[in-house]
Write a protein of this length. Structure first.
Length: 162
């Protein structure tokens, strides 16, 4: 009797262990893992592609006067979407968010005005000619006139092609 029990025990020890999952369950797990990967890549990959497209679109904006409704005048940034107007003393400024709108409304750090980089005159951003900063992609410079921008480029020997 002991020999029978030992034979049974030795057969069960030498027996190949069965898989925890059946073939159908394994296939299901593979499909779920593949779907999870696609969702992960889609969720985290899209912002990267969107950012790269934005950076590429900025290359087309050099040497052009920019529409003021695409520029946050508090942060001096180019935006891809139309942003909110801020009416102050009969002039229209533009802000990308509530925080920037508050900065403009309260004129914190004199953000309604700036210095023309060529003439060194103090000008209102609402009245200025806006161009992309040739040395800082995505940022802008404000000039009294487009002529001042051209003179600034020539004076500083900045390449106009990016």
């Amino acid at each position: 009797m002991i020999n029978k029990k030992l034979d049974k025990l030795s057969k069960s020890i030498n027996k190949k262990p069965e898989s925890l999952w059946s073939l159908k369950e394994k296939r299901g797990l593979i499909i779920i893992a593949a779907i999870a990967m696609l969702v992960f890549v889609g969720y985290f990959g899209y912002p990267i592609v969107k950012y790269q497209n934005f950076q590429n679109s900025l290359d087309n904006l050099y040497n052009q006067e920019l529409s003021s409704d695409r520029v946050c005048m508090a942060g001096n940034d180019i935006n891809t979407k139309v942003i909110m107007p801020v009416e102050i003393e009969g002039k229209t400024y533009w802000a990308c968010c509530d925080k920037c709108e508050a900065r403009l409304s309260n004129n914190l750090k004199d953000c309604q005005n700036t210095i023309d980089p060529y003439s060194n005159e103090r000008i209102s951003k609402a009245d200025a000619v806006i161009v992309q900063n040739p040395e800082k992609k995505g940022k802008v410079l404000f000039f009294k006139s487009y002529r001042n921008y051209e003179e600034y480029i020539a004076k500083n020997e900045i390449s106009q092609s990016k």
